[in-house]
Design a protein around this ligand. Structure first.
Ligand SMILES: NC(=O)c1ccc[n+]([C@@H]2O[C@H](COP(=O)([O-])OP(=O)(O)OC[C@H]3O[C@@H](n4cnc5c(N)ncnc54)[C@H](OP(=O)(O)O)[C@@H]3O)[C@@H](O)[C@H]2O)c1
Length: 234
């Protein structure tokens, strides 16, 4: 497979647990990136001082900050998620729905052609227990719908990843199970592998305009995760 992606990737939510892995996997593929974060200090602590040249600081609740972060990007990978466990955090309607819609709308307006979104398994299941927390899965589905609408226009492309429960192990140490139709009852996956799949979605033809679920299978070293897209029959 040819790595055809060239350009700068804006990582939204780069100081999150999945976002930090997206940065590491972009580096391992040799791709250029910028980081959209709420805290520069957290970014410097998590990565290294030189990352300061790549930072845009702000919140996806703010139009101007979000628009500024998107300048000169060629693709966006969002690993942003609201914190439903904190009563002080904005609700999922503000982050997982409106924030993502703001990011995708402003990205499209700037002519950014590729949008990769980390969403969640079970977003199409209104009775799922996670929906007790600010209807978070419903909010994510509404954001997904808008990303699909905006980015299915010719010349643009989206990939929406719906991972199972997130774990913190190393990448490329498990087989993957990909599927469509939100049919997996349960499953887990390493954040590092979600990040790797998000990054390869930038240049993998099968990931074009695709929404899919991903969980891990058996422990087994992996040279690439690109082959798992063929599990999805169009
Ligand atoms: N936990 C699970 O098992 C699970 C399962 C499936 C899907 N997911 C979804 O997968 C994604 C990644 O999960 P994760 O556990 O890696 O996330 P995480 O560690 O909680 O990170 C979330 C990121 O979102 C950022 N963020 C929150 N509000 C923001 C705002 N207003 N403006 C800009 N950035 C903001 C946070 O910034 P700070 O770094 O400044 O806090 C952080 O970087 C999320 O969408 C999550 O809902 C989670």
């Amino acid at each position: 497979m040819v790595k055809s992606f060239k350009g700068t990737v804006l990582v939204a939510g780069a100081t999150g647990r999945t976002g930090a892995w997206v940065v590491k996997r972009l580096e391992s593929h040799g791709f250029d990136y910028r980081l959209f974060v709420r805290s520069g200090a957290k970014a410097v602590e998590l990565f290294r001082p030189e990352v300061v040249d790549r930072l845009s600081i702000g919140s996806i609740e703010n139009d101007l900050e979000t628009d500024a972060a998107l300048k000169n990007a060629d693709a966006v990978i969002s690993a942003i998620g609201g914190n439903v466990m904190s009563p002080d955090a904005p609700p999922p309607s503000a982050i997982d729905r409106d924030g993502i819609i703001r990011l995708a709308t402003l990205a499209k307006k700037q002519g950014i052609r590729k949008f990769v979104l980390v969403s969640s398994l079970a977003v199409t299941k209104p009775d799922h227990p996670m929906n007790k927390y600010g209807r978070i899965l419903q909010m994510k589905l509404e954001a997904e719908n808008e990303v699909r609408r905006l980015y299915s226009e010719p010349g643009y492309s989206y990939t929406i990843l719906r991972p199972g429960g997130l774990l913190d192990g190393p990448p490329m140490a498990h087989a993957m199970v990909f599927g469509t139709g939100d049919g997996f009852e349960t499953g887990t996956i390493e954040r590092s592998d979600v990040a790797e799949v998000a990054v390869i979605s930038l240049f993998t033809p099968e990931a074009h305009n695709l929404t899919f679920e991903l969980i891990q299978g058996e422990a087994a070293p992996q040279a690439t995760l690109a082959g798992y897209f063929s599990q999805i029959v169009p």
